[in-house]
Design a protein around this ligand. Structure first.
Ligand SMILES: [Mn+2]
Length: 324
């Protein structure tokens, strides 16, 4: 596994028509990569099509050219080159995998350590914190000049995949590239606001309800607990996706080791989001209830009432805190 921008550049130079694929449930990195590559490739005279199984999230709709994304239709192609960006394996291409059959050559640019190098040409660096860093290098090798629009796309990927330059994965290369993006005219404050500060009204209203419900439980009151009923969602005009990240408000409160957000889902099930601060972990608690996830971020879907389901999960979290 290594970066190979020269091999990708050769395939691009030989191609006239290029299909770029972003992963399912797209994020800022995969959309930023595709949008930046599209602009770069257009500038050197290529025909470019953008594909993604799922729609571009609303908060990324401002990026140049992303209205061009589509799902593969009946009679796509043929393309000279299929290029996936930030896609960790073929499954993450979703229905866009069908484009393989109508593409003469395949290549990819990615940064997932688990990538099985599923294309003919693979430029993969598992240590890079964002695929957009590899796209920056790729454009350099192609001799593409950075523009303000390309800078916006690359910044979106680098900043979102590093948690706004806060994760431990953030590397010095991020800041080297950021320096180049600033020189290209990146409107940093404006984009930072759009990506990290602007919240939808349903989300803010729902957050208010969740914070009202906040209690602290367990040994030393180390577990932050929030609950949201179906009525909270209705009153806020919110759906499940508006509950994302709310659990972090509990975890980020001083004296908290674990956090739980329990909510009634429309299907009648109870959905739980569990978080922990290292070295505490919650993946084992999730497993007891057939849930899953990572050591510090896990989820559970279970039956029962909001109250009783919450108490059952809390009992296991409390037991863990006592044992540690
Ligand atoms: Mn990524």
């Amino acid at each position: 596994m290594k970066r190979n921008p020269e091999a990708v550049a050769e395939a691009i130079r030989e191609a006239r028509s290029i299909a770029i694929v972003s992963h399912v449930n797209p994020d800022g990195d995969t959309i930023g990569c595709a949008a930046a590559m599209r602009l770069g490739l257009l500038s050197i005279g290529k025909e470019v099509a953008l594909f993604c199984e799922d729609p571009v999230p609303d908060n990324l709709a401002f990026l140049p050219g992303v209205c061009m994304f589509r799902t593969p239709g009946e009679n796509e192609g043929p393309f000279d080159l299929l290029l996936s960006v930030d896609v960790s394996d073929t499954g993450r291409m979703g229905t866009c995998e069908a484009l393989r059959k109508v593409s003469r050559k395949t290549a990819q640019i990615d940064h997932h350590g688990t990538n099985p190098e599923f294309m003919e040409i693979n430029s993969v660096d598992g240590n890079a914190p964002a695929a957009c860093l590899l796209v920056r290098e790729q454009l350099k090798v192609l001799g593409v000049e950075l523009t303000e629009d390309i800078a916006k796309c690359l910044y979106t990927g680098i900043s979102t995949d590093t948690g706004n330059f806060a994760f431990s994965t953030t590397s010095s290369e991020c800041f080297e590239v950021m320096s180049e993006l600033m020189q290209a005219g990146l409107p940093l404050a404006e984009l930072n606001r759009m990506l990290f500060r602007v919240k939808s009204r349903p989300h803010i209203k729902l957050l208010g309800r969740a914070l009202e419900s906040l209690t602290f439980r367990g040994y030393g009151q180390q577990i932050a607990v929030m609950k949201l009923t179906q009525k909270d969602f209705e009153d806020s005009g919110a759906t499940g996706q508006h509950a994302d990240t709310i659990v972090n408000y509990g975890l980020d409160t001083t004296g908290t080791t674990m956090a739980l957000l329990a909510r009634e889902a429309p299907c009648g099930m109870i959905k739980m989001s569990l978080r922990a601060k290292e070295p505490a972990r919650v993946d084992d608690v999730a497993q007891i209830f057939s849930g899953g996830g990572h050591e510090q971020a896990a989820g559970i879907t279970m039956q029962g009432t909001l109250e009783e389901a919450t108490e059952r999960v809390l009992a296991e979290m409390e037991r863990k805190i006592k044992a540690e």
